[in-house]
Design a protein around this ligand. Structure first.
Ligand SMILES: Cc1ncc(COP(=O)(O)O)c(C=O)c1O
Length: 484
C-alpha cells in the first residue's frame, strides 16, 4: 500500500527510511565505501587502499583459533560429549543463557582487575554495542530528548543514538589544550546550548576508553562527570567497549568503580540507578561478526525494558554456547587479556613511532585500536576545508582510508583517527612508507624513512572531482556542516 495525504505525492517509504538522518553520509562511512572499491592486498592489489578507518582487532585470532582447536565441543554443539543441538535450536529466552551471562559477568570483572563485580541478572544481552546503545536511548529518552557527548566522538553514534530513536546529540566541546579532557565548563556550556534549543537533556554519554582518542578517562574526570549528572539528576552512559584494550598506565577505571566508591550516598540519591555501562566482545575479543553486546544497569526498570527490547537483536544460542565455554575457561581469559594488550601496545608503538618519524603529532594514548593524530602540517589551510582536502588526497593519492576529525565532530581542524589493529605489521609499514613519501613530496614533516617493507606509494588513479560523494563533502555543503 502506498501512503498518501491530500495534495501530496504518493510516498513509497516511511519518512524515517527516506530521510538522510541515518548519519551514514559522513566521510567516516564514505571512506569505507572507497576502500571496498579498491582494497589493498599485498599480492593481488598492492596499489589498493589500506583500510585504516576500521577499529577492528585482528591481533589475537591465533589465540582464539588455538582454543577452538583444543575445545572442539564448543563449536560442535556438544556438552560433556552429548549433543546440545536440539536444546540450542529451540532456545529463545531473551534473558540469555545463564552459563553465558555468568561467564560474561566474570570476564567483564576480570577486564577491570576484579575491582568491580557484575551481577549477571543486571546484564541485558544485545546484538553488539550498537544495539545496546540504541536500546538504552530508547529506554531513557523520548523523541527530541538529548544526550551530551564529549567530542571528538565515535561517528557511529550519529546513527546508533539518533536515527531510529529521534533523540538528539549535543556535543560537549573538548579541545587539544588539555588533551581533549572533559571539563565542567564544557559540560555546562553544552547543557545551556541544549536548553536554548529547548531540548530536554536526559544524560551524558561517554566512551571510556575513548574512541577516537585512544585514551582512558582519568578517575578525576569520571568523578567530575558523576558529579555533573548527580547535580542535574540525569543519566550517565559509559560505553566501555574498549575496556580490554588498555595497555599502559594510567590503566582503565570503570565509572562503576567511581559510583561504588560513593557507597550509600550514590544509592540514596538514585545515582547508582542512573549510571549504565555498555559493553561488547567486538573489540576486546575481536568478534564484531558474532554480534555480542551487553547493557549493564542497576536500574531494574531499565533492565526489564531493555530485556524486552532485546527481542529485536538477540545473541544467537550457538554463539552463547560457544562463548560460555570460551569465557568460562579462566586460564584462557587470563592469558588472552595479557597477550592481547601486549600485542596492541606493540602495534600502536609501531604506528606512533612511524608517524612521529614523519613529523606527524600523535596524542599520547594508552588504549584503543587507533591513534589520534594531528596532520595540520600537511594541510594547505588550517581549516575544515583544508582537512577535507588532505583527507581526499590521503584516500586517493596515498591510498589510506583514515577518518577525519570532523567526522568525529572535533572542533579543531587537522585531527585524524588512524587504526592499526586490523592489519599485519607489514601492511602497517607499507602504510607508513606511503605516508612518508607523501610528506616528503609535499616538502613537509621529517625526511621520509627509507628501507620500510612494501611497494612504492600509490599514485592518484582517479581525480577526486569525479566522485559525487567527494563533492558532497566539499566546504560549505550541508553534509559537511552536519559532521561538525
Ligand atoms: C565506541 C563504540 N561503540 C560501539 C561500537 C559498535 O560496536 P559493535 O560492533 O559491538 O556493535 C563501536 C564500534 O566501532 C565503538 O567504537
Amino acid at each position: 500500500m502506498v501512503s498518501m495525504v491530500a495534495d501530496e505525492k504518493p510516498r513509497q517509504l516511511s519518512k524515517k527510511a527516506a530521510c538522510n538522518s541515518h548519519g551514514q553520509d559522513s566521510s567516516y562511512f564514505l571512506g569505507w565505501e572507497e576502500y571496498e572499491k579498491n582494497p589493498y592486498d599485498p599480492v593481488a592489489n598492492p596499489g589498493g587502499i589500506i583500510q585504516m578507518g576500521l577499529a577492528e582487532n585482528q591481533l589475537s585470532f591465533d589465540l582464539l583459533e588455538a582454543w577452538l582447536e583444543a575445545n572442539p565441543e564448543a563449536l560442535g554443539l556438544r556438552r560433556g560429549g552429548a549433543s546440545v543441538f536440539r536444546e540450542l535450536a529451540l532456545f529463545q529466552d531473551y534473558h540469555g543463557m545463564p552459563a553465558f551471562k555468568n561467564a560474561l559477568a566474570r570476564f567483564m570483572s576480570e577486564q577491570r582487575g576484579f575491582r568491580v563485580a557484575f551481577d549477571p541478572s543486571n546484564i541485558v544481552l544485545t546484538a553488539g554495542a550498537t544495539s545496546a546503545n540504541e536500546a538504552l536511548v530508547f529506554c531513557l529518552a523520548d523523541h527530541g530528548d538529548a544526550f551530551l557527548i564529549p567530542t571528538p566522538y565515535y561517528p557511529g553514534f550519529d546513527r546508533d543514538l539518533k536515527w531510529r530513536t529521534g533523540a538528539e546529540i549535543v556535543p560537549v566541546h573538548c579541545t587539544s589544550a588539555n588533551g581533549f579532557r572533559v571539563t565542567r565548563a564544557a559540560l555546562d556550556d553544552a547543557y545551556r546550548r541544549a536548553q536554548k534549543r529547548r531540548l530536554r537533556v536526559k544524560g551524558v554519554l561517554i566512551t571510556n576508553p575513548s574512541n577516537p582518542l585512544g585514551t582512558t578517562s582519568a578517575r578525576a574526570d569520571l568523578e567530575l562527570l558523576v558529579d555533573f549528572v548527580a547535580d542535574k539528576g540525569i543519566h550517565l552512559v559509559s560505553d566501555e567497549i574498549y575496556s580490554g584494550t588498555a595497555f599502559a598506565e594510567p590503566g582503565f577505571v570503570s565509572v562503576l568503580e567511581v559510583v561504588a566508591a560513593r557507597g550509600g550516598a550514590a544509592a540514596a540519591d538514585g545515582l547508582s540507578e542512573r549510571v549504565h555501562v555498555v559493553y561488547s566482545l567486538s573489540k576486546d575479543l575481536g568478534l564484531p561478526g558474532f554480534r555480542v553486546g551487553a547493557i549493564y544497569s542497576s536500574n531494574a526498570a531499565v533492565v526489564s525494558a531493555a530485556t524486552k527490547m532485546s527481542s529485536f537483536g538477540l545473541v544467537s544460542s550457538q554463539t552463547q554456547h560457544l562463548l560460555a565455554s570460551l569465557l568460562g575457561d579462566r586460564d584462557f581469559t587470563r592469558r588472552y587479556i595479557a597477550e592481547n594488550t601486549r600485542r596492541i601496545k606493540e602495534r600502536r608503538d609501531q604506528l606512533a613511532e612511524g608517524l612521529r618519524a614523519i613529523g606527524i603529532e600523535v596524542l599520547e594514548g594508552n588504549a584503543g585500536l587507533f591513534c589520534w593524530v594531528r596532520m595540520g602540517s600537511l594541510m594547505r589551510s588550517q581549516s575544515f576545508e583544508g582537512e577535507m582536502e588532505l583527507w581526499k588526497k590521503v584516500v586517493f593519492e596515498v591510498g589510506l582510508n583514515i577518518s577525519p576529525g570532523s567526522s568525529c565532530h572535533c572542533r579543531e581542524p587537522g585531527w585524524f583517527r588512524v587504526c592499526f589493529a586490523n592489519m599485519s605489521a607489514k601492511t602497517l609499514d607499507v602504510a607508513l612508507q606511503r605516508l612518508a613519501a607523501f610528506a616528503e613530496a609535499n616538502g613537509k614533516g621529517a625526511p621520509a624513512r627509507r628501507g620500510l617493507a612494501g611497494g612504492p606509494a600509490r599514485t592518484m588513479s582517479c581525480p577526486v572531482a569525479r566522485f559525487s560523494w567527494a563533492n558532497r563533502l566539499t566546504p560549505g555543503s550541508a553534509d559537511r556542516k552536519a559532521e561538525r
